[in-house]
Design a protein around this ligand. Structure first.
Ligand code: FEO
Length: 450
């Protein structure tokens, strides 16, 4: 398995420009440490990278431009990489301004160069810049090619990964896929950090709604011999590509990546929080992986990412103004607009005179596909009491599978506890071939409860 620590290239930590991907492909992108919110909403504590690449052949192609704040730095990187030569083409794979922001300046700076893009991208150029560069256009579609001399680039349409005009580009000579936003992540390239964590937050937040188009592109990619992936954000991927492809397959098919319970909550005066803490404690005592997010204080994108990562979700909130607490409404909206599905969901509601939060939350999830709701739920009237505490315990048991796995009530009062996860087996004797339904250990890990 890959270490998941991924600088620009495996085994190297580099910054700046002129980084060589192959003998003839160089990195000419930029790092942005000035940005406060990416796409106006995502915190990026380690900044962003706007990747761009120069393919040097008889003809020279530059792959995408960069955010408008970095045009001069990008030009300097191109000039250094090209060493006195001039680009013949700018390939525009994606028109979102983090990549298209310097196209018009490129056209001015390199008056001989042509622009290669999809027809929809040229429409967007007209809308962004007031011109579609009609005298410089090379319009490409599915499987169209562009010969640069010794190599030929093939274009792959990738509509809605993440905008409709997107194309990806395959270089069969160096076996490189230029993947547009695909396989991108938050974070500048001069900061080393975990790949999957920020790639997942990026994917779920930005591309998560478009699982079906991503699956379609993955199918096309499966037919290519790819040794390097050059995305528009984040590091160039050169090793263990199966690791990244597998994660993309999981994320885009809305499959569970990891078993565990995410508890997302809001609490006005701490009573709902108390219930959440008690549930988390009970689950952890049973060996369940638990992640708790206070939606008023955490990074919402991280909470959304967690909901898609793990198998089970507990939503805990108060009835508020005849609705639910605003952060929870926002959170559920984020889930449903990204096609949240294929998970188990439970509700904890709090209300001092007319609790309605569980009904409202369930209603908000109505369009989500393949959700399983727990039989157990928790209704708190102002603060935990004996009844709601018992409901919490029942919910904890159901979430860790005990209710489903429970044995018929033991006629004889012997109990055997799994030392690994706390599962309790009730019966006169523990069968020799018994396997713990929670942690899958054998009888050697059980001891009788005296
Ligand atoms: Fe990195 Fe969709 O722009």
């Amino acid at each position: 398995m890959h270490s998941r620590k991924q600088p620009l290239f495996v085994g190297e930590k580099k910054r700046g420009y002129s980084m060589v991907i192959s003998d003839t492909i160089k990195y000419v992108g930029v790092n942005d440490h000035e940005i406060d919110l990416f796409e106006g909403q995502y915190v990026v504590p380690n900044g962003m990278a706007y990747n761009s690449y120069a393919i040097l052949d008889e003809k020279i192609a530059i792959m995408d431009s960069v955010d408008a704040h970095f045009t001069q730095e990008w030009f300097a990187n191109i000039d250094q990489a090209l060493d006195g030569r001039k680009p013949d083409y700018l390939v525009v794979q994606h028109m979102e301004p983090d990549h298209s922001g310097s196209i018009h300046r490129f056209v001015e700076n390199y008056p001989e160069a042509k622009i290669v893009a999809s027809a929809r991208a040229f429409v967007m150029m007209k809308n962004f810049f007031g011109t579609d560069f009609a005298d410089r256009q090379v319009v490409v579609g599915e499987n169209d090619t562009l010969c640069l001399g010794s190599r030929t680039l093939t274009f792959i349409t990738a509509a809605m990964v993440h905008w409709p005009e997107v194309i990806m580009t395959y270089d069969s000579q160096d076996k490189v896929l230029f993947s547009a936003d695909g396989f991108g992540k938050f974070g500048a390239l001069d900061v080393e950090e975990d790949w999957a964590c920020e790639a997942r937050r990026y994917y779920i937040g930005i591309v998560g709604k478009y699982g079906v188009p991503v699956q379609a592109v993955l199918k096309k990619a499966a037919g290519l011999d790819i040794q390097t992936i050059c995305p528009l954000h984040g590091p160039v991927l050169t090793e263990n590509l199966g690791y990244y492809l597998d994660l993309y397959n999981i994320w885009s098919s809305y499959a569970v990546e990891e078993e565990g319970v995410v508890i997302a909550y809001t609490s006005v005066y701490g009573n709902t929080k108390k219930a959440v803490e008690l549930l988390a404690e009970q689950l952890r005592a049973k060996g369940v992986k638990v992640v708790v997010n206070d939606l008023a204080r955490c990074d919402m994108a991280e909470a959304v990412e967690d909901a898609f990562r793990y198998s089970k979700l507990v939503l805990a909130t108060t009835t508020y103004n005849g609705d639910i607490f605003p952060f929870m409404r926002t959170f559920i909206d984020h889930l449903t607009e990204r096609n949240y599905s294929n998970r188990t969901v439970a509700f904890i509601e709090n209300g001092s005179w007319a609790p309605a939060a569980a009904r409202i939350m369930k209603g908000m999830l109505e369009k989500s596909k393949n959700l399983t709701y727990t039989a157990a739920g928790v209704k708190i009237v102002s603060a935990l009491n004996e009844a709601s505490t018992a409901q919490l315990t029942a919910l904890a048991e159901e979430l860790c599978g005990e209710a489903a796995a429970a044995q018929p009530a033991a006629e004889v009062g012997k109990k055997f506890v799994c030392k690994i996860c706390g599962y309790v087996y009730e019966g006169e004797t523990l069968p020799a071939d018994f396997i713990c339904p929670l942690c899958k250990r054998g009888v050697e890990e059980f001891e009788e409860v005296k």
